[in-house]
Design a protein around this ligand. Structure first.
Ligand SMILES: NC(=O)C1=CN([C@@H]2O[C@H](COP(=O)(O)OP(=O)(O)OC[C@H]3O[C@@H](n4cnc5c(N)ncnc54)[C@H](OP(=O)(O)O)[C@@H]3O)[C@@H](O)[C@H]2O)[C@@H](O)CC1
Ligand SMILES: Nc1ncnc2c1ncn2[C@@H]1O[C@H](COP(=O)(O)OP(=O)(O)O)[C@@H](O)[C@H]1O
Ligand SMILES: [K+]
Length: 492
């Protein structure tokens, strides 16, 4: 059955190449020969007719593997539907794998035309060059073809994956990768469609399971669905929603901590205290008078920390390192962001304190962007981006915490659990302070939902943060302070 995957209204299991191959093998063994590929080709032909109903001339770019086989079946169906179809076959027919060979024979028998030249009047290109079989960067000849497809301005429907996109990571940098308008993922949804560069190359993502049931426990990762935010019970009061302490905002960076505190309040914390490290530690926030400003020393006390959700590090500067030992030792629930992460990356003693929290039953979430994650991992931001799922998982294991790795397709990883990819959000979030808002929302949501795990809180915060950016006029930039207020809309 065909599904439109985004915008995300439910969770989806994701399968990497190895898991997809295992599912394919299991299904093949129970079905008559060529059944799966026939189903794939038919589903894709239907989608082509639905998304490009007015395209009269269709060019199918088919590679020499089974992805090309899918394309050959699409060509047969579209020709039967009256389209003017030609197939550019970029592979040796004599070396096609069995399913693709069968697809080639039936297409040829049906009179499908073969021509490697892209027609001038093409109204649709079906990209069937490479699927999950492309594990290495695309070879030069095909790379040139992909560049031509990307430059020609004709709408593209990619089969299974935009050709050249790594299915497991979505990391396209420096590679030739098709830029599709639509991608139909077949049999399984692949993680690479949703993180790193995947979104920019996949366009609108569709999914057909080819009538093969999925075992969710075998999934490599989960694409997050909307969080289940609890309605307040009549009897609840501010004590039910907990205290959030925001510690950060060194001299010149007070705004970061203020944003986090405002966001924690907007997300439903019972009370929010803001302990700024750079002065202005009394008085109140004119825009959010409900926030309580206190000297950090008053908040960073074992008894207070032990009852609170603590958001630490936003605009924290180097001075945050002095406050971290107490925070790491005592905070009941802890969200660490920005300079707190940099301080921990630079100080093994702080790192040991963080890693020791899990054994004491104290949950923590770290919210690095790729460079902060790289500092904690001792690698580079490019390495992190090359495999975001792996980087987040490694970091979660090494620190015994939940990791929320920011960026397109935010990854949430917790030791012993399937990693989660967040599908919401867009580049409107690329403005200073939006990460502080995320940390604050995470703290506020976690505080207000006493029964949520660190993973649930992190996934909910990321999902709502992204959804907030998807609402409103998409042509306008989104300032972080406006983002704080957009949470209300995202929650509706
Ligand atoms: N079987 C089934 O029932 C089903 C299969 N399904 C479909 O099969 C797809 C997987 O098919 P697959 O395993 O044949 O791999 P595929 O993506 O076509 O790539 C192999 C081809 O690419 C070439 N090639 C490889 N690397 C390259 C590079 N770097 N640069 C350039 N070329 C490169 C390689 O050439 P070679 O290296 O062998 O010379 C070979 O020709 C899957 O994504 C889905 O679409 C679905 O219909 C579900 C049912
Ligand atoms: N293109 C994008 N798609 C999805 N989310 C994005 C995108 N660009 C930025 N974001 C989100 O915006 C936030 C930016 O956080 P961060 O890099 O810490 O910025 P800052 O420190 O300025 O607050 C993160 O939550 C990140 O995931
Ligand atoms: K493809």
């Amino acid at each position: 059955m065909l599904h439109r995957v985004l915008p995300s209204e439910r969770a989806w299991p994701l399968y990497d190449t190895a898991a997809t191959r295992a599912r394919e093998q299991a299904a093949q063994s129970e079905l008559p020969p060529h059944t799966l590929m026939e189903r794939a080709g038919l589903a894709a032909a239907r989608l082509a007719l639905a998304t490009a109903p007015h395209a009269r001339v269709v060019w199918v770019a088919a590679g020499g593997g089974n992805n090309g086989g899918d394309g050959l079946i699409v060509a047969r169906h579209l020709a039967a539907a009256g389209k003017q179809v030609s197939v550019g076959l970029f592979g040796d027919p004599a070396r096609l794998p069995a399913d693709a060979r069968h697809a080639y024979d039936t297409a040829a028998a049906a009179g499908v035309r073969f021509d490697q030249a892209l027609p001038d009047d093409a109204g649709l290109i079906v990209d069937a060059l490479l699927g999950i079989g492309a594990q290495q960067p695309v070879r030069a000849e095909m790379a040139r073809l992909i560049e031509r497809i990307n430059a020609c301005g004709v709408p593209v429907l990619a089969l299974d994956l935009p050709s050249g996109l790594p299915a497991d990571t979505g990391a396209a940098r420096g590679r030739a990768v098709v830029r599709a308008d639509h991608t139909l993922s077949l049999l399984s949804l692949k993680p690479g469609l949703f993180t790193a560069d995947g979104r920019d190359h996949a366009g609108q993502v569709w999914f057909d399971d080819l009538s093969v049931d999925a075992a969710a426990q075998d999934a490599t990762a989960i694409l997050a669905g909307p969080p289940r935010v609890a309605l307040r019970r009549h009897v609840q009061h501010k004590g039910s929603f907990g205290d959030v302490l925001v510690i950060g905002g060194a001299a010149g960076m007070g705004g970061a901590a203020a944003l986090a505190a405002r966001a924690a309040s907007a997300a439903g914390a019972g009370r929010v205290f803001l302990g700024r490290l750079g002065g202005a530690d009394r008085g109140f926030d004119e825009l959010r008078p409900e926030l309580m400003l206190r000297p950090a020393a008053e908040l960073v006390q074992p008894m207070r920390l032990a009852r609170a959700t603590v958001v630490c590090g936003c605009g924290g500067g180097q001075v945050i390192a002095e406050w971290l030992p107490a925070v790491l030792a005592h905070a009941m629930k802890l969200v660490l962001d920005a300079d707190a992460l940099n301080a921990i990356a630079a100080a093994p003693a702080l790192r040991a304190l963080l890693a020791g929290r899990a054994a004491r039953g104290l949950p923590s979430v770290v919210t690095p962007h790729p460079l902060e994650a790289a500092r904690l991992l001792g690698s580079s931001a490019a390495d992190v981006q090359a495999d975001r799922l792996r980087a987040a998982t490694r970091l979660a294991q090494s620190l015994s915490v939940s990791v929320l790795l920011k960026g397109s397709g935010t990854v949430i990883a917790t030791p012993g659990q399937q990693p989660i990819i967040n599908p919401t959000g867009n580049a409107r979030l690329g403005s200073a302070g939006s990460g502080d808002v995320l940390a604050g929302w995470l703290g506020g949501l976690w505080s207000a939902h006493a029964d949520w795990s660190a993973t649930e809180a992190a996934a909910a915060a990321a999902w709502l943060h992204g959804r907030a950016a998807e609402l409103g006029d998409q042509r306008l930039p989104l300032a972080a302070s406006a983002l704080v207020d957009a949470l209300a809309d995202a929650l509706r």
